[in-house]
Design a binder for this molecule. Structure first.
Ligand SMILES: *Cc1c(COP(=O)(O)O)cnc(C)c1O
Length: 476
């Protein structure tokens, strides 16, 4: 980056001690967790990069806001503060709060989808697609081909392929497409952005065919930063201005406040159309809570309103994405295969390229995440064959082109020193990659299986050590 060092634009006021763990304990812990990092206890983790969802550190202003919680059942003043923050920074007129992002996806899918419909999007997100499918829609991925190629340096791998989208609309008919599901940034592609120009083209095309565009705004602030950095003509605009502009090319949005908005819980659905908003407000009462709290406490809405304002500040976004890039650059310099370019919220290890001795049926990304934990106590997560699940109609395993391990950086939580330790740990596992054994299911849940599935090593346990052998002998 630059020749001068730079540091986090915050100082530490409260500290939370973390435990250093030893290797024997970790071998046992991962075995007891069924080789699934989601099933580890957090107290057995040293540096926790499982997710950036709800794991960010709140500021002193947000904590002060927690004391301003108005816990009235109806009409809490914190709701009106949140409504104003969403109008100011995202530009949507009607706000329906939900307990988190998937609550918004559930309501949206119910009000817009009729069984037999089709929803197209730029790649997919696990909970988003699950709700679309539960409502009876078939999902279609219309992202550009470069998104599926971890080595492609395309600056906007989140872009929609307008040719693919057009062909799909011609095939299934616009009448069966209630909306397009457009994410910014695209989590599953590696935190890759969509360009403002592409977003506008998608919106104009969709509207010419009478199809709505719904933005997954969960990481739209990070997307806005990439637009500022990479898109011609955007360099002199603020992240806040670009964010508002991005949202202009959509009819509404679902949001997980647990990411960009720097809170531990919360989300929302926002719509421009009054009639649709009425429907959503009615349904939210059934599934989440009254339309002025939607499953959140007043204090949580206050923290999110303040978090939204903090999230669009240039210094914050630069350092947030800069920290991710810092880790990514160290791994690239050491020759570790990662998705390029480095995305906004995470560094994605290319497990298929790293563990070439393991076929997809042995879940290389799941195995690599487990191996990294055993080696160092760093917790990452699988984003590959296990996360992809099975096709709901055929029951066959989906095999995505990308078989990744995600090192997700919580916002304002870890320092550059933690990133150094993480990089050294990943590099060590990379050196020992031949010792990483494949896995097989011992338990496979029906929905979103990556959260709760259990596995055991197949053949020699290698890096998983003696605990794995003991587990196999005991039939665990
Ligand atoms: C996390 C996330 C969601 C779901 O939000 P939750 O708050 O976890 O329910 C939806 N879309 C994207 C892109 C996400 O990253």
């Amino acid at each position: 980056m630059t020749t001068r060092s730079w540091a986090e634009p915050w100082k530490i006021k409260v500290v939370e001690p973390i435990k250093m763990t030893d290797r024997r304990d970790r071998e046992r812990a991962i075995r007891d967790a069924g080789y699934n990092t989601f099933l580890l206890r957090s107290e057995d983790v040293y540096i926790d990069l499982l997710t950036d969802s709800g794991t960010s550190a709140m500021s002193d202003r947000q904590w002060a806001g927690m004391m301003l919680g108005d816990e009235a059942y109806a009409g809490s003043r914190n709701y009106y503060h949140l409504e104003r923050a969403v109008r100011d920074h995202y530009g949507y007129e009607h706000l329906i709060p939900t307990h988190q992002g998937r609550g918004a996806e559930h309501i949206l899918s119910r009000i817009l989808i009729t069984p037999g419909d089709h929803v197209a999007g730029n790649m997919y997100f696990t909970t988003t697609r699950a709700h679309q499918e539960l409502a009876g829609a078939t999902f279609h991925d219309v992202i550009i081909a470069e998104a599926h190629d971890p080595a492609s340096e395309h600056p906007f791998k989140g872009n929609v392929d307008l040719g693919k989208l057009g062909a799909l609309v011609d095939e299934v008919g616009a009448a069966r497409m209630p909306y397009l599901s457009i994410a910014a940034t695209v989590n599953m592609a590696g935190g890759q952005p969509i360009s403002l120009a592409n977003l506008r083209a998608v919106y104009e095309f969709a509207h010419s065919r009478g199809i709505r565009v719904i933005l997954d705004a969960t990481r739209a602030v990070e997307n806005a930063w990439f637009v500022q950095q990479r898109e011609p003509g955007q360099r002199d605009r603020t992240v806040a201005e670009i964010l508002l502009d991005m949202c202009r090319y959509s009819d509404g949005a679902t949001m997980s406040g647990k990411k960009d908005s720097l809170v531990n819980i919360g989300g929302w659905l926002a719509l421009r159309d009054e009639k649709l908003a009425e429907k959503a407000r009615n349904l939210v009462v059934v599934f989440e809570g009254l339309h002025t709290y939607g499953g959140m406490a007043g204090r949580d809405m206050e923290a999110m309103a303040i978090g939204i304002e903090e999230s669009v500040q240039e210094d914050h976004v630069r350092s947030r994405i800069g920290q991710v890039l810092y880790l990514g650059q160290k791994l690239m310099d050491a020759g570790v295969p990662v998705v390029r370019p480095i995305g906004g919220h995470a560094v994605f290890l290319d497990a298929a390229a790293t563990l070439q001795h393991l076929p997809r049926e042995r879940f290389p990304a799941q195995a690599l995440a487990a191996a990294l934990y055993v080696e160092s106590g760093v917790r990452a997560m699988e984003r590959g064959t296990v996360s992809s699940g099975r096709d709901p109609r055929t029951g066959v395993n989906r095999t995505p082109k990308l078989e990744l391990v995600r090192l997700t950086i919580p916002r304002r939580v870890y320092t550059q020193a933690h990133m150094d330790v993480t990089a050294e740990s990943v590099i060590e596992v990379f050196r020992k990659r031949d010792q990483v054994a494949g896995l097989e299911f011992t338990y496979e849940p029906e929905y979103l299986r990556f959260f709760q599935a259990r596995f055991q090593p197949v053949g020699a346990p290698g890096i998983f050590g003696e605990a794995a052998m003991a587990g196999a002998a005991a039939g665990a």
